[in-house]
Design a protein around this ligand. Structure first.
Ligand code: GLA
Length: 378
């Protein structure tokens, strides 16, 4: 059965009414890692795995949320929403509701049935997909205007302030703006565990370079020459963190050019350099990711391989010729298992569409056609 229909049936069984279904995608990042919170460049693509939300309005001001993945029902009152999360899945949807309300959106009470198909903790951005799908659905059901860029920013704000993760904007942005068959180069305008530690290190480096690098606001404003010239102001660790961010920004621009001119061999080299920079300078890779990249890189039909996302575990992204995908899946999995004794999951993804309302045939729902929606600048 079509996924939207299945969700509607489950919603009906739980809440006894009909509903509208929305989905927001996860993402992979082709190149440009840990650059977004330094006002740098990234090159993500939305993927076909999504977070799905069925929603129907209620007469009162309650939000009733059921998560299929966690088999848990949560209730909240829109007039008494919490201001901080408490380390559970519901922080993501409740944080978005709180942040949307604080930004002046008067939401409606609603029942929501949430079902995520993006593996959790795989570095494929399941949290951003949850935030964006719920935020979009809540705005839609309340007949409020939806500006996709603003929605992405509010979802990021919620994750920074309500959940407490100092993530950049990449994941929410691509979930709101992804296009089927396209990667999106995103230039960051806003500054936004171990991830938080890396972001603090970058801020510290900017403080130390302030005064000697003219007009510095973020690492984006520093050139490699300036970094070398002022290296003595940084600790070795801070120097390495900066070197990753600066060289990665250069690689993203070169990758965009290479995609445009079809120099596919160059992309593989840039992805390999990105991976080793993340491994040695930024120190966010791990043994399993390194092994997977090594194995992938030697398979037939592979143009490039590297870790993708925040790191410390998660996924690698492998650009594979369509003709060699099945063989890649078979051999890659077997070789990885023999080296690590663990079975990898290999997902075959194509660049997909951003957040949308879904009808029973998989197209755009009538509700979304009448919605007041803008895409903003991408
Ligand atoms: C996580 C964050 C993003 C980005 C990546 C690393 O996915 O949510 O904002 O910083 O890590 O590139």
């Amino acid at each position: 059965m079509n996924r939207a229909l299945e969700l509607l049936a489950k919603f009906q069984a739980r809440f006894g009414t009909s509903a509208v279904v929305y989905r927001a995608p996860g993402r992979v990042n082709l190149i440009g890692e840990h650059t977004d919170y330094n006002d740098g460049f990234v090159l993500p693509a939305a993927i076909g795995l999504s977070c799905w939300v069925a929603i129907a309005p209620r007469k009162d001001r309650k939000l009733v949320l059921f998560s299929e993945n966690f088999a848990e029902l949560i209730e909240a009152d829109l007039d008494k929403l919490p201001l901080r999360g408490c380390d559970r899945w519901a922080d993501y949807p409740l944080g978005v509701a709180t942040t949307l309300e604080q930004a002046g959106n008067c939401l409606r009470g609603a029942n929501l049935y949430i079902s995520g198909e993006i593996p959790l903790g795989a570095g494929l951005s399941s949290s951003a997909a949850l935030e964006v799908s719920v935020g979009y659905a809540l705005l839609h059901v309340a007949h409020l205007a939806i500006d996709r860029t603003n929605l992405a920013l509010l979802c990021q704000l919620s994750e920074n302030q309500f959940v407490g993760a100092r993530c950049g904007i990449m994941d929410q942005f691509i979930s709101c703006h992804g296009r089927a068959g396209h990667a999106l180069m995103v230039k960051h305008e806003l500054g936004a565990s171990e991830y938080n530690e890396r972001s603090a290190e970058c801020e510290e480096a900017v403080r130390r370079l302030d005064g000697v690098v003219p007009g510095i606001r973020a690492l984006r404003d520093v050139t490699l020459e300036q970094l070398e010239e002022h290296r003595h102001r940084l600790t070795d660790t801070l120097y390495k963190r900066c070197r990753h961010v600066l060289t990665e920004n250069v690689r993203v621009r070169e990758a965009v050019q290479a995609f445009e001119t079809g120099e596919i061999g160059k992309i593989g080299k840039l992805m390999a350099d990105s991976h080793s920079s993340l491994q040695t300078d930024y120190e966010v890779s791990c043994r399993e990711l390194n092994i997977m990249v090594k194995i992938s890189s030697r398979q037939r039909g592979v143009y490039g391989a590297r870790m993708t996302g925040g790191g410390f575990g998660g996924c690698t992204i492998n650009l594979v010729d369509a003709a060699d995908v099945m063989e890649f899946q078979r051999r890659g999995a077997a070789e990885y298992e023999s080296e690590t004794d663990r079975q990898p999951e290999i997902y075959i993804c194509a660049a997909s569409q951003s957040v949308e309302a879904v009808d029973l045939d998989g197209g755009l729902a009538a509700g979304s056609k009448s919605g007041r929606e803008t895409r903003g600048n991408t």
